[in-house]
Design a protein around this ligand. Structure first.
Ligand code: MG
Length: 344
């Protein structure tokens, strides 16, 4: 069984625009790059910890120090990693788990000299078209961002901070792009959510993500009965909830590697979602091209890709998945995740 040495490094990513959603504003984010070395091959993974889930870069580092106190790991398959995580009493830090498994997969592909998409049984690395996210902002800046994203076929608009109708009217006045909406739990009553969804349907919006706070499935069940638009669970779905239960209140799930903590579990979850007729979106946090490349690999089996985290930053330390001028994702042909250090 291969034995790995674990190494971690904090990276600070700078955002092109300050990024606001219904929970707050960010200008930079701290992520953690994990390297697993065995023999002369090193695999790389990335943790993008999110405060919504009580995780930050320091938690990632301290969690990995607790689970792997001598920085050494023996793993032949993802289940071997699960055993380390599950036998630790430490509170799980799922972005850290995701990073370790990502590095393991990258190592596996590199050690077999094969791109992972090939090892995973895909014919090529041609992926879905990603949505491009427009954060909450004043009207002028929103219009500026929409202008910059004029080649994106699908925009995902962050709502839920009080000026939703104004935002959508402003965007519709300059754009006939396809629109999806993410309320990030921003609508608190059933009436408010119904009013917003009615308005959005009238303005050609195709889908709504996380309209109401996670944890109140009974309201979502009511909302789903009413809603003319498909409803996608993001904050309501971290990765281990019952899909059967969620399917009563939602039409689909947003899987993010940083929430579910495992590329392997993401793959098996997609299969289970299919059996329940749930749509699957693969999303991301603010991430470099390293983690986005892993997301794009998982998204080869999904319905929607919302993988623009790397496009929102100005100092991406890596180069991997390519988002072409029409926002189609193309995975590299290089071994593993196909990610290399960017030349800056
Ligand atoms: Mg979301």
């Amino acid at each position: 069984m291969p034995e790995f040495t674990l190494h971690t490094e904090i990276i600070e990513l700078e955002l092109r625009h300050a990024f606001t959603i219904s929970r707050g504003t960010k200008k930079t984010v701290k992520n953690v790059v994990v390297r697993l070395s065995s023999g002369d091959v090193t695999g790389m993974g990335e943790a993008a910890p999110n405060r919504r889930y009580n995780e930050d870069a320091d938690h990632v580092i301290s969690y990995l120090e607790t689970v792997f106190p001598d920085s050494s790991i023996k793993a032949d398959q993802p289940e071997d990693l699960f055993r380390y995580f599950n036998s630790s009493p430490a509170t799980p830090v799922f972005s850290a788990r995701a990073a370790v498994e990502m590095a393991w997969w990258d190592w596996l592909g590199k050690s077999k000299n094969q791109p992972l998409w090939k090892l995973w049984g895909h014919e090529n690395g041609a992926g879905l078209t990603t949505t491009f996210t427009i954060g909450i902002d004043d009207k002028e800046r929103v219009l500026q961002k929409v202008k910059e994203a004029k080649n994106a076929p699908v925009l995902k608009i962050k709502l839920g901070s009080g000026n939703d109708e104004e935002m959508i009217r402003a965007i519709r006045s300059v754009s006939d792009q396809r629109l999806m909406v993410d309320a990030n739990e921003g609508w608190t009553t059933l009436d408010e959510a119904k009013d917003k969804i009615r308005f959005l349907a009238d303005h050609g919006v195709e889908l709504v993500e996380q309209p109401m706070p996670a944890g109140d499935l009974s309201k979502m069940i009511e909302l789903k009965k009413f809603s003319p638009l498909p409803l996608i669970a993001d904050e309501s779905f971290r990765g281990r909830e019952s899909l059967q239960e969620l399917s009563e209140g939602f039409d689909g799930i947003n899987i993010k590697l940083m929430k579910i903590g495992s590329m392997h579990l993401a793959r098996t979850t997609i299969q289970k979602a299919r059996e329940l007729n749930l749509k699957v979106m693969i999303g991301c946090m603010i991430e470099s091209s390293l983690a986005v490349s892993a997301g794009a690999l998982v998204a080869l089996s999904a319905d929607f890709a919302d993988l623009d985290g790397n496009l929102l930053i100005s100092n991406d330390p890596f180069r991997g998945v390519v988002t072409d001028s029409e926002y189609r994702l193309q995975l590299p042909g290089k071994p593993g995740l196909g990610v290399i250090k960017a030349e800056n």
